[in-house]
Design a protein around this ligand. Sequence first.
Ligand code: GLC
Length: 475
Amino acid sequence: MKSFLKKMVLGTLSLATVCAALAADPATPETRAQRDARMAWFREARFGMFVHWGLYSGLAGTWEGKPVGTKGGMEWIQQRVKADTDTYAKRAIPLFKPTADFARQWASLAKAAGCRYVVFTTKHHDGFALHDSKVSDYDAGSVLNRDLVREIVTALRAEGLRVGFYHSVIDWHHDQYEYARSKQLPHPLKGQPYPNGTRTHAKYLDYLHAEVQELVSNYGPLDVLWWDYSAQDFQGDEAWRAFDLMKLVRTHQPGVLMNNRLFRNVEAGWTGMGTDSTIPQLDPKYGDILTPEQHIPATGMPGVDWETCMTLNTTWGYSEHDHAWKSDETLIRNLVDIASKGGNYLLNIGPKGDGTVPEESIKSMQAIGAWMKINGTAIYGTTASPFAKLTWGRCTRRTTPAGTTLFLHVFDAPADGKLVVPGLKSPVTKACLLADGKPLTTATAGRDTVISLPTLGASPVTVVAVELKGDLVIE
Ligand code: GLC
């Protein structure tokens, strides 16, 4: 604020510049309207692609020729086999061989799937950074002479996608990271003394902040910073100098959205260490988005912005042993379910060590894209269902000054073809199948509106658009 006043006194700035400086000053509390403007694209987007990719990807869930299980996060392989960082790096680096155009493949896949944004791992818990870092020699710049972050950002921007950095504050490589300070956070050497004698966590934090400074300064405008993660016994300022870190990010990226994972306290929406231990509350000083993981909150998270992240099989990082792929029907219904509860779906791909995307993942993302091409208008920019429960499926809505459209997402068509919309009192001006625009007959029956459906095709979710006159009234 002080520097802002100085600029005002100098009187040389245009109004637009002054406004930008005011919004950018992290010490100035944001108004509700400013916050809504910052969150607007995220609320409109509803669907993003998550990418877990790093040294672990080349190992592909295999260590010393044996599968490290067939389920669960293989980006944790270093921790699962309890390897020190040198042993891990020696095995993993030769297997991490990105093709020249892997990033363009990701970007066109995300676009084809109908995603509006992509969040990818700039550094996972193993500590290997994908950018060209001046503060580390455990990074793509030093090891491959490439800046993979730049390659990815350039490819995503070229497709018009919003860009998010996942960044792990946990670090299994850095020799000053005091892993003994938390009983709850994972580390491959947990329980063992530090191999290099005494550690000074503050030195690790200087490094972490310097690395983040590079990421927020050198790659143009950034849309999301997706932190990962904290424990009840080690979080926030003590663990990461979190408020300074957030301020650093906001100073360089005033429009950025951040998740809540620099913290693990109730004020930031956490009730425990479980991935589903989130409650719908978030004081903005702890972040902008709640992050339920691998689960969809039963009744959404009213009053807060949230995003469920999920895997296509059971692992985030690539494993050649995990074949538990979710069906297209499950994935599309998850997307609809989340949108009907007012949240975003961040769906993960785990590319291989060369950056190419597993065939099964390509097929799934394309299947979602084919559905979104026809039905995207029932997802993008919609808000949560006004109905408590619908026996046949879900509902999303769009309200504009011109009126409300309800999108009825039919999972299970009623056997008699009569779709009952319980308690809907607003007069229907038009009802049609979104896929072909053919009008459908509607009638009122007691307190309900009943829509007559034709025989439906094989789509996992058929959408009926219902335009209403006047205000939405549901009894
Ligand atoms: C977890 C895991 C991690 C994964 C992430 C995705 O916190 O540690 O491997 O990146 O969640 O939400």
